[in-house]
Design a protein around this ligand. Structure first.
Ligand code: NDP
Length: 429
């Protein structure tokens, strides 16, 4: 059985890491070659994905380790350009693992299709008529996409709202129909848009209005994933701080984000540092996840922390994160991009629900990583140490020079490209 606890993984060479992963997974040679390929995404595939293609763009792909979620081991692929994110997630996952691991759960994957109707002669009557025809509309939506019903999903419910009821101009007053669709393992944008477009004529007939927009909502608040961890303080202890100090520092940091949007945005950016790399690595739509997550963070009227941290009666640090998670294990780029396919294999998830649970867990881990650093040494110490390598590369260092220049930058405490360039020149001489 595979374990995500791989001590010293970071010290190995890329080749050694790949060999280790190969020994843990039944990858084919072809799949392994994908990891080593200079351009894993071939230009002809890219050319069919978007328009005006002139090349492909790469990001580093790292592995988040030590994750134990609902008793299952996960090795988590993360595609990101920012140093220290993968290390921090793995560091926190190790601590939480020693506390028994994360728990996670999710709702069914119900996404929302919106249909905008304007110009109804009587909006209240139109609303009543839509509700009276609910079953017929749901049936028509499912007839437009029967395969999703066969897969155990499909349109399940419907709701109507009147927006700007008091508006008396030609613009502004509208009826919005929400179609709730279980998209099973797909993100579901295409199937929902198909359903919304196909029932639009029926909606017009029922409401005597005119339909304009027919599109998925990215506020996926019926497709939620939650992660939780409970950590005894002794596991949080660092060289300079007691576990209780770290725990209380994390809670103070959370309270700041919970009360102040200026802090909450940065706090939540740190959460998305964990979420986005997994969403990207698995070929999912990170703009959809980002938009949904930030909108959900303002659901109670004020933009606030996505996570919650508190101390339980035993003195443990408890953290929770709940986010809308519109991701799929099928469709979109998940089955087109060779590395996305590899990422899904590495994750070994059997459903989109499970993928959503893993992603939200990484977000929670990432948040604790940032809060723990902020509440103790400050974030720059660890971050700049890792950042120094990127700075060395940006200054023109290659091969063994990267390590030497990075270490020198840390030693003189001047992690700047200008200084690195000076050192590179000196080294070359
Ligand atoms: P696809 O249309 O590519 O794939 C979904 C399809 O996969 C389903 O309709 C289904 O078709 C098939 N499928 C196979 N196995 C399963 C399964 N187990 N569960 C569910 N479906 C399955 O992708 P999506 O509809 O998910 O749309 C995602 C894409 O849409 C993303 O690329 C996104 O960027 C894009 N998009 C996003 C928008 C937004 O966020 N606002 C708007 C428009 C597009 P079948 O049953 O027929 O085989």
């Amino acid at each position: 059985m595979k374990s995500s606890r791989i001590p010293g993984f970071y010290k190995k060479t890329i080749e050694e890491r790949k060999e280790l992963i190969h020994s843990m997974y039944p990858f084919t040679e072809e799949e392994l070659a994908t990891l080593s390929a200079e351009a894993p995404l071939a230009q002809d595939i890219a050319d069919n994905m978007i328009e005006n293609v002139v090349g492909t763009f790469q990001l580093p792909l790292g592995l988040g380790l030590n994750f134990l979620i609902n008793g299952k081991e996960y090795i988590i692929p993360m595609a990101i350009e920012e140093a220290s994110v993968v290390a921090s997630a793995s560091h926190i996952a190790k601590i939480v693992r020693d506390a028994g691991g994360f728990t996670a759960e999710s709702t069914d994957r119900v996404m929302i299709g919106q249909i905008q109707v304007v110009g109804c002669p009587d909006f209240q009557q139109a609303k009543t008529a839509v509700l009276e025809n609910k079953d017929a509309l749901i049936k028509a939506a499912n007839e437009a996409f029967p395969s999703i019903v066969r897969r155990g999903g499909g349109a399940e419910d419907l709701d109507v709202r009147i927006l700007n009821e008091e508006a008396d101009s030609a613009f502004g007053k509208m009826l919005i129909v929400h179609l709730y669709v279980n998209t099973v393992d797909a993100m579901g944008a295409n199937l929902i848009n198909t359903m919304a477009e196909s029932i639009a004529p029926l909606v017009e007939k029922i409401t005597s209005g005119k339909v304009y927009l027919r599109i998925l909502s990215n506020l996926a608040d019926r497709s939620l994933a939650r992660a939780r961890c409970v950590i005894p303080p002794h596991l949080l202890k660092t060289g300079d701080f007691s576990g209780e100090e770290v725990r209380d520092g994390v809670i103070h940091a959370y309270e700041f984000a919970a009360s102040d949007p200026y802090r909450a945005v940065t706090h939540n950016k740190g959460i998305m540092n964990g979420v986005d790399p997994v969403v990207i690595a698995t070929g999912n739509d990170w703009r959809a996840v980002e938009a949904g997550a930030h909108a959900y963070a303002v659901k109670d009227g004020q933009y606030t922390s996505m996570t919650t941290w508190w101390k339980d009666e035993q003195g443990n640090l408890v953290g929770e994160l709940e986010l809308p998670m519109s991701v799929g294990t099928v469709g979109g780029a998940t089955r087109v991009h060779p590395l996305a396919k590899m990422a899904l294999k590495l994750l070994d998830v059997s459903s989109a629900k499970e993928l959503a649970e893993v992603i939200v867990t990484v977000g929670l881990a990432q948040n604790l990583g940032a809060l723990k650093a902020l509440a103790t040494d400050g974030i720059q110490k660890g971050h700049m140490t890792l950042h120094s390598r990127s700075v060395a590369i940006a200054a023109g260092a290659t091969g063994e020079m990267i390590d030497i220049i990075a270490k020198e930058l840390i030693k003189i405490n001047e992690i700047r490209v200008g200084k690195a360039k000076e050192l590179v020149e000196k080294y070359k001489r």
